[in-house]
Design a protein around this ligand. Structure first.
Ligand code: HXC
Length: 275
């Protein structure tokens, strides 16, 4: 009889951390209206932080903010802004300071993705994703840095694993995310002496997200455009996995973690290293 494959348990809770570790802290999260970044925000708020979530779709943001408040008992401010426009991010930061008086943690999560081969990728299409992902992170770091310095806070820049090998139909996203990995290292080195930390969280495939939906598009024969193997740990990643890791990275127990790129994928990426 074939052995039953070992399946890692799904992390459903961040209860291994005390409830109040982030009491009095404030999170600023771009892309926090849905998916992975909403889950990251929820996890941080569950430990006592208030949060601003930033996105382009105001209806989705306000609904998400209400839900986050009722799930966590904390305050969540939804601010409509486009990370491609530095003045709109500066305004979101201004509103955050007006409401909460400080910023301790920043999640750079706003991202854009679609599958397209390079010869079907117009200049504007390539630029659009670079502007949302990479320039968006840059604008957000610039706008928040004075406050993060003041609180000796931390950044988490959300990347992915697709840029660590050649992923078809992902030239734009691969280039943008590789840039984010590089930006992270520099921020960590430059700001480390001021007590600011910066890390990348690089999730592999995460179930139930818009990004995953977009990456599992099929051709006219129903075949996946970007085939992928199951992770060795026997399951897909979850939004909760990303939330738990976020709590760890922002917490004091991770105070020596800076400049890191933390791949969270159940060893999915390592399959390729065996080939
Ligand atoms: C080729 C495309 C395209 C497609 C858009 N374009 N979709 N080209 N194939 N499927 C082109 C357009 O034709 C246009 O170029 C240019 O891209 C800009 O498109 P717009 O629709 O005008 O841009 P905009 O309204 O700003 O929308 C941005 C977007 C959109 C990225 C295109 O998809 C978006 O808003 N996405 C946000 C949500 C999202 O993507 N979530 C998933 C994130 S997950 P032309 O030349 O015609 O002007 C994620 C994780 C990644 O990022 C890693 C996973 C492992």
């Amino acid at each position: 009889m074939a052995p039953t494959p070992y399946v890692q348990p799904v992390s459903k809770s961040t209860a291994v951390f005390k409830d109040d570790i982030f009491k009095g802290k404030v999170l600023f999260c771009t892309g926090g209206g849905s998916g992975i970044c909403k889950g990251m925000t929820e996890a941080v708020m569950r430990h006592g932080a208030n949060a601003t979530i930033v996105g382009r779709k105001f209806d989705r943001l306000t609904a998400a903010a209400k839900e986050l408040e009722s799930l966590t008992g904390q305050v969540c401010l939804p601010v409509q802004a486009d990370v491609r426009k530095p003045e709109s991010i500066r305004e979101a930061v201004r509103q955050t300071i007006e409401k909460f008086g400080r910023i301790d943690f920043v999640i750079n999560g706003a991202a854009g993705n679609f599958l397209a081969p390079i010869d079907g990728l117009s200049e504007n299409a390539f630029r659009t994703v670079i502007e949302i992902d990479l320039f968006g992170s840059y604008h957000t770091i610039k706008a928040t840095l004075p406050y993060v310095r003041e609180s000796k806070g931390a950044y988490i820049n959300v990347s992915t694993t697709i840029q660590y090998h050649g992923t078809a139909y992902q030239a734009h996203v691969s280039a943008a995310k590789a840039g984010i990995d590089a930006l992270n290292r520099v921020v960590a080195v430059e700001e480390g002496p001021r007590g600011v930390r910066s890390n990348v969280l690089a999730p592999g495939p995460i179930s139930g997200t818009e990004g995953m939906e977009r990456l599992t598009a099929t051709d006219e024969n129903g075949q996946l455009l970007v085939p992928h193997e199951p992770a060795p740990s026997g399951r897909m990643g979850t939004v909760e996995d990303c939330g738990s890791f976020t709590v760890f990275l922002f917490s004091e127990v991770a105070s020596y973690a800076s400049g890191g790129i933390f791949v969270l994928d159940g060893a999915h990426e390592n399959i390729r290293n065996q080939m």
